[in-house]
Design a protein around this ligand. Structure first.
Ligand code: CTP
Ligand code: CA
Length: 228
């Protein structure tokens, strides 16, 4: 007989992770999107599963293999991502690593918009997308015990991220500096500042997989203070 699996510190917990960009259609062939490889979110999903959590990963379009031992829901738009997240509730942990498009096109064209010689380019009217992190952070019976957001910033990273934590109502923010010269966006490494209610911690630069492992361990310690 096989040895029973050693239950990890997150056994019995359900974790919801968002990852990747969203695509907001303009017409059947064009869309608006954010830059995101999805790598950091996929690594977080995998790391939480490795500690025993049941993980639901809601992912926008990415070019990554599905993580093992994780339930994957693929979505395209922010509105679909929100719906998939709400469907996944209740959960104990939510980690919003997705680079959600902030707007969608008010009137998606059902047919391809054609260029017309001499005519002005089409004007796009944008409307705000739902904020999934803020939605999951809203107090109520379904609010996860721990909600973690990410903040991609190019200036005064810590201040912007700390303000974002309060604005969204989440518990922690993982802040990173996405100025192109850092190579973080699209790269394999990350350098983060973890902002909790107790303050800010600068972590050394490390691989995205290591960031995910350390973050998952911090999450486990939140639920089981003896775990380290
Ligand atoms: N987020 C979300 N839904 C949105 C926008 C953002 O869930 N519609 C989440 C992201 O997954 C991330 C956090 O909110 O965890 C911060 O995203 P970010 O784009 O840095 O912040 P915004 O509030 O959108 O502010 P801005 O883009 O203006 O800096
Ligand atoms: Ca944004």
């Amino acid at each position: 007989l096989a040895e029973p699996a050693i239950p990890g510190p997150l056994a019995g917990r359900h974790a919801l992770v968002t990852a990747g960009p969203t695509h907001e259609p303009i017409d059947p062939v064009r869309y608006l999107a954010n830059r995101s490889s999805g790598r950091q979110g996929y690594e977080v999903a995998q790391a939480l599963a490795a500690l025993g959590a049941r993980v639901t990963l809601v992912s926008g379009p990415v070019d990554l293999p599905p993580p093992t031992g994780v339930t994957l829901h693929r979505v395209e738009t922010a509105r679909q991502m929100l719906a998939a997240c709400r469907d996944a509730l209740p959960c104990d942990i939510a980690v919003c690593a997705a680079a959600v498009a902030d707007w969608h096109v008010a009137a998606e064209a059902t047919r391809k918009i054609k260029k017309t010689a001499g005519a002005l380019p089409p004007a796009l009217t944008l409307v705000p997308n739902p904020d999934i992190l803020a939605d999951l952070s809203t107090p109520g019976p379904n609010r996860p015990a721990l909600v973690v957001g990410f903040a991609a910033e190019t200036d005064t990273v810590e201040q912007h991220a700390a303000a974002k934590r309060l604005a969204k109502g989440c518990d922690w923010i993982v802040a990173n500096d996405v100025r192109p010269e850092t190579g973080i966006m699209g790269g394999m490494e990350n350098e983060i500042i973890l902002i909790t209610g107790d303050g800010a911690e600068q972590w050394p630069r490390m691989g995205k997989q290591d960031v995910a492992t350390h973050l998952a361990e911090r999450i486990a310690a939140f639920f089981t203070p003896d775990f380290s």
